[in-house]
Design a protein around this ligand. Structure first.
Ligand code: PMP
Length: 396
């Protein structure tokens, strides 16, 4: 008998898709993956060397539940350097990925029945995480015509006396939206006045284009800082998704609660990966900039290429490595036994007919859309988009 809590979870649509992709690949079919949610770069050598050193030096034991002192000190230095924010190690927790930091944060602050506001489109795991804590997700749709920018007035209308937190993500997966300081300040002041937390997922902070940079919500004012739990990690910035190191900084009492919870559920995050993450945070600026520039080239290339396809209109995203396009103009069309009536049909069709993998927007509460990740080489993007154009042309 499976618990009600887990039975009520919506299984991951993307995992079901990955299964289909894996089956095609197993048959030797050359599928080009635009479903990828991680950098296609290798972890830089200097970081790998530090992991090797960690194993040899015996950094192979448990660390404190909230992470090694050295890594937490490095995270404090990072916030000082990047955002002029002062934190001490008591305000920092290291987890097995940003995902675990997010779960810890929700576990620490949400009581059953509390409401958590989530602007959508959003990463699907947020909703399931909130439900697992007994919280009630309050989804608020952002406007595609503004590039899915944060609409604080719309959020304001949904605040009730049960609102405990808002969960925001900028740069955003899947929309690529990057929230500017004025919007975040307005939201921050709402949180202060109405006494709720902001959980700010800034995992894509280093992947912002056009000369812009991340506005860390907590850095806006002292009072906003007291209401903000910032979640981040090494996965996306340093191509370290498999190392499973994320972190959060926030009010000391919240971090302590997160750490107590983590102590019982995880003991501590991976020791050698923590040791190597110090190197990532302190000595990888060149790598990050090279990766960002490459993503920027791909971003411009894919948007330009997509917009050359008739009926496709693709907005230039400002951050992360995803673009979203609407596919509703293809509804009612068919080819080769496939009829397109929703984004999932389009994903199935493109996988089967064009041998390219994209993700349905339904996985992100994005209506009538598919998400295309440009975490792939220019050559593959060129070939993949040619295949897509041909596949779309056949739909009648
Ligand atoms: N937040 C967002 C918005 C993400 O897209 C991801 C990864 N897909 C994560 C958090 C999780 O990152 P991590 O690997 O650090 O758990």
């Amino acid at each position: 008998m499976i618990s009600k809590r887990v039975q009520e979870m919506v299984p991951s649509v993307t995992l079901a898709q990955s299964e289909k992709i894996a089956q095609l690949k197993k048959q030797g079919i050359n599928v080009i993956g635009f479903n990828i949610g991680e950098p296609d770069f290798n972890t830089p050598d200097n970081i790998i060397k530090k992991a090797e050193e960690a194993y040899r030096l015996g950094y192979t034991k448990y660390t404190p539940a909230s992470g090694s002192i050295e890594l937490r000190e490095e995270i404090c230095r990072k916030f000082k350097k990047d955002y002029n924010l002062d934190y001490t190690i008591k305000d920092v927790i290291v987890s097995a990925g940003a995902k675990q930091s997010l779960t810890n944060a929700l576990m620490a602050i949400i009581n059953p029945g509390d409401e958590v506001i989530v602007p959508t489109p959003c990463w699907i795991s947020y909703i399931e995480m909130i439900k697992l804590t007994g919280g009630i997700p309050v989804l608020i749709e952002m406007d595609e015509n503004t590039g899915y920018d944060l609409d604080v007035d719309k959020i304001k209308d949904k605040i009730t006396n049960k609102t405990k937190a808002i969960l925001i993500n900028s740069p955003n997966n899947p929309t690529g939206a990057v929230y500017k300081r004025d919007r975040l300040e307005k939201l921050g002041n709402l949180a202060v006045v109405n006494n709720f937390y902001i959980i700010s997922d800034e995992i894509y902070e280093k992947l912002i284009y056009d000369g812009e940079s991340n506005c860390c919500t907590a850095s806006i004012s002292r009072s906003i800082k007291e209401k903000t739990i910032t979640v981040n990690g090494v996965s996306k910035s340093y191509a370290m998704t498999g190392w499973r190191i994320g972190y959060a900084v926030g009010p000391t009492h919240v971090i302590k609660a997160m750490s107590d919870y983590q102590g019982h559920t995880t003991t501590s995050p991976n020791s050698p990966a923590q040791y190597a993450s110090i190197e990532a945070l302190s000595n990888s600026e060149k790598f990050v900039e090279e990766m960002r520039r490459e993503f920027d080239k791909r971003r411009k290339f894919i948007v330009e290429r997509l917009n050359r396809i008739e009926v496709i209109n693709c907005v230039m995203p400002k951050g992360a490595f995803y673009v979203m396009i609407k596919v509703n103009k293809f509804y009612g069309k068919s080819y080769n036994g496939f009829s397109i009536n929703n984004p999932m049909d389009m994903c199935d069709y493109l996988l089967s007919e064009s041998k390219i993998a994209v993700v349905t927007g339904d996985a992100f509460f994005a209506k009538d859309s598919i998400r295309i990740s440009y975490s792939n080489s220019i050559e593959n993007i060129r070939e993949g988009m040619d295949r897509m154009e041909e596949g779309l042309r056949k739909l009648k």
